[in-house]
Design a protein around this ligand. Structure first.
Ligand SMILES: *[C@@H]1O[C@H](CO)[C@@H](O)[C@H](O)[C@H]1NC(C)=O
Ligand SMILES: *[C@@H]1O[C@H](CO)[C@@H](O)[C@H](O)[C@H]1NC(C)=O
Ligand SMILES: *[C@@H]1O[C@H](CO)[C@@H](O)[C@H](O)[C@H]1NC(C)=O
Ligand SMILES: *[C@@H]1O[C@H](CO)[C@@H](O)[C@H](O)[C@H]1NC(C)=O
Ligand SMILES: *[C@@H]1O[C@H](CO)[C@@H](O)[C@H](O)[C@H]1NC(C)=O
Length: 610
């Protein structure tokens, strides 16, 4: 047994952890170290595509193990020779590192660095790399894939198009582009981005299709900053997916809806800011502009933190803020807003807006994190990669769960609610303690894929067996994927499509009112008692007319949790009625809470399964 001290809301809890079981984990070893890996995974599938050095691994995970298919993707010798002669950033990077594997419509697109002169292919029949054909348009491979694996790029398929963001390197400005598809290929103007280093991208949904946007997350570097100045600035850039570019004289092949904002991650207005955004993930509703952005940031000393942002706050800033350096009123629609294509427009107002966007794409408002500080993670581990998931727990509440990969090859599973963060569990997955390089999450199938330079592992998101054999341990784990199965007396994964047969009626409790819960008495032969949270305690009730009433007694905190009245007769126990008490005072906390419908009473201690 291991002991761990967990800090939560400034309370130190002593947690007893059982030795780790290799429960449901499946592992694949690379034949040679892969220091740069790209991943592609389609939700609901058991196959993970991993791009490595001159090799694509098609890994199919089964109960028996991993079936691996290796597709060689070497660069030609002339490209390698040229690369080495050019004295590339690192001679070791003179090979074909697979940087992008993406599915656009039904076309599987693969790109690689090809020893400094990027190339793209189609992957046909899951086995054959061929040249890209099709009636869509495609940008040059060097606009889609970096030339060296140390140069970060981001690619995002959306609506039959591919969006690509390329970080800047010596001699290249960096850009955000539409690079493939039937829509017009567009790009950013060089002056809009200052040495960008990209950290992520996400589609921001809307109830109206034409208002859909893509957010890009990046850091900008001021290379002429003085030594005592912070060179990094974290940014969000956004574009409309309906954007079709400007007019011949202005922004002809550029976005006409690009805007960017500064993102802060640090405590209030203090000097303690984390300005380098290294990675970003977004959880959103399916069809609404609501959700949360998680950004992984570092400071000048390499310390990493996570900041959370409300998508509604960001949307609000982009829709209402003043533009930097522009004070005239807007004529007609606001610049940068997504508008339906309208054949009759193209008049003076539009051209004026193009000019505003061209010269003033930055908003004045600064985006600040929820809680105006980084998440209070009780760990000093350096975080290298993040993925996130929204979980519907047994109590019908949505929780967000973060998976944080560390420099030492660990994965932390973290529950985030408006009340704070809590480390649910910690996995030391790998034999060698190399950093986690990449992760992919499959919410539908409940799998997490984790890659280091030596291995790829798949583990279940609901790893409930590790929480011991009692209801109490199961519930105290606070793992929203798990619930207590009282028939089998086991902590189990909540089955898909799980429905409670009798859902508790919700009762909102004012903080200082006393409440009484009535249980209708149907048989005087039966004994009645109330249970709270299924396993922790039973409470007697007082008969009053046709009811057995549970009222406030000394050790019955009738404040929150699920209370159910159980009748026992001839050895059979049945539920008569149940109530779920919700504390009103805390229902309206942060906007983040309403966003995700997060439970405010963290008590996962109200979960059970029949
Ligand atoms: C892919 O498979 C189909 C059907 O088996 C075959 O006709 C086609 O030639 C294959 N394509 C390539 C590029 O191998
Ligand atoms: C993707 O599919 C849609 C609908 O099936 C089609 O309209 C579009 O042209 C396709 N895009 C590409 C790039 O093939
Ligand atoms: C970069 O830093 C220098 C030195 O402080 C400053 O003069 C310059 O304006 C900065 N550049 C940008 C684009 O902010
Ligand atoms: C299209 O433009 C015309 C003229 O500016 C305007 O009257 C009309 O409302 C616009 N239609 C849409 C759908 O925006
Ligand atoms: C609840 O208690 C607070 C102080 O504790 C008091 O100000 C408030 O009026 C009370 N509300 C009700 C409904 O009694």
């Amino acid at each position: 047994f291991k002991f761990a001290v967990i800090k939560f809301n400034n309370v130190f809890l002593l947690a007893i952890k059982k030795p780790q079981m290799k429960f449901g984990r499946i592992l694949f070893h690379f034949y040679k170290p892969e220091n740069y890996i790209s991943m592609y995974h389609q939700e609901g599938s058991d196959t993970l595509y991993v791009g490595g050095q001159a090799m694509i691994y098609v890994l199919t995970f089964t109960r028996e193990g991993v079936r691996d298919l290796k597709i060689p993707a070497a660069s030609d010798q002339t490209a390698i020779d040229t690369c080495k002669a050019k004295a590339a950033p690192l001679e070791l990077e003179c090979d074909n590192f697979i940087t992008i594997i993406q599915k656009v419509n039904d076309t599987m697109i693969v790109c690689g660095t090809n020893a400094g002169s990027p190339r793209c292919w189609m992957l046909v029949n899951e086995t054959v790399l061929t040249d890209i054909q099709g009636n869509g348009q495609i940008a040059s491979a060097s606009d889609i894939s970096p030339a060296y694996p140390s140069q970060r790029s981001i690619s995002l398929p959306a609506d039959g198009s591919l969006y690509s963001a390329m970080s800047s390197v010596a001699g290249h400005a960096g850009s955000i582009r539409r690079t493939f598809g039937s829509q017009k290929l567009l790009k950013t103007e060089n002056v809009w981005l200052l040495n960008p280093q990209f950290a992520g991208a996400a589609i921001i949904p809307s109830s109206q299709k034409y208002k859909e946007e893509i957010y890009f997350f990046f850091s900008e570097i001021n290379k002429t900053a003085r030594v005592d100045e912070e060179p990094y600035r974290a940014r969000i850039g956004r574009i409309c997916m309906v954007d079709e570019g400007g007019i011949k004289a202005l922004l002809a092949d550029s976005w006409t809806t690009f805007m960017k904002a500064r993102v802060m991650c640090g405590a209030g207005n203090t000097q303690q800011q984390y300005n380098n955004m290294k990675q970003a993930v977004v959880l959103t509703a399916q069809d609404r502009r609501a959700g949360v952005l998680y950004g992984l940031f570092s400071n000048a000393w390499g310390r990493t933190v996570i900041c959370a942002y409300s998508i509604e706050d960001i949307d609000q800033a982009f829709s209402t803020s003043k533009l930097k350096g522009y004070s005239s009123p807007f004529i007609g629609s606001r610049p940068g807003m997504c508008v339906r294509k309208n054949s009759t427009t193209g008049g003076h107002n539009d051209i004026k807006n193009l000019g505003v966007i061209r010269y003033h794409p930055e908003i004045e408002d600064v985006i600040r994190p929820v809680g105006v500080a980084p998440l209070d993670l009780p760990t000093d581990d350096q975080i290298t990669h993040t993925v996130a998931d929204i979980v519907l727990a047994v109590n019908d509440e949505h929780y967000s769960v973060l998976y944080l990969g560390t420099e030492q090859g660990k994965v932390l599973k973290v529950l985030h609610t408006s009340e704070g963060v809590f480390i649910i569990s910690q996995y030391s997955l790998f034999h060698n303690e190399g950093p986690i390089l990449n992760m992919a999450i499959d919410s539908q199938k409940g799998h997490l894929y984790v890659g280091t330079a030596m291995e790829v592992q798949r583990l279940p998101l609901a790893d409930c067996g590790r929480y011991g054999d009692t209801c109490r341990e199961c519930i105290l784990s606070r793992d929203p994927y798990c619930g207590w199965d009282r028939a089998r007396r086991k902590c189990i994964a909540i089955p898909p499509g799980y429905n409670r047969r009798t859902s508790p009626r919700e009762v909102v409790v004012q903080s200082n009112t006393s409440i009484f819960l009535p249980c209708p008495v149907r048989s005087f032969q039966a004994t009645y008692q109330w249970e709270k949270d299924n396993c922790i305690k039973n409470y007697p009730c007082i008969f009053s007319g046709d009811f057995c009433v549970l009222g406030p007694v000394v050790d019955t905190p009738l404040k929150e949790g699920v209370f159910r009245c159980m009748a026992t007769e001839d050895g059979f126990k049945v539920e008569v009625i149940s109530f779920r008490l919700v504390n009103n005072g805390r229902l309206l906390a942060a906007s983040l809470a309403s966003t995700l419908g997060l439970s405010l009473w963290l008590a996962v201690a109200t979960l059970w399964l029949h």
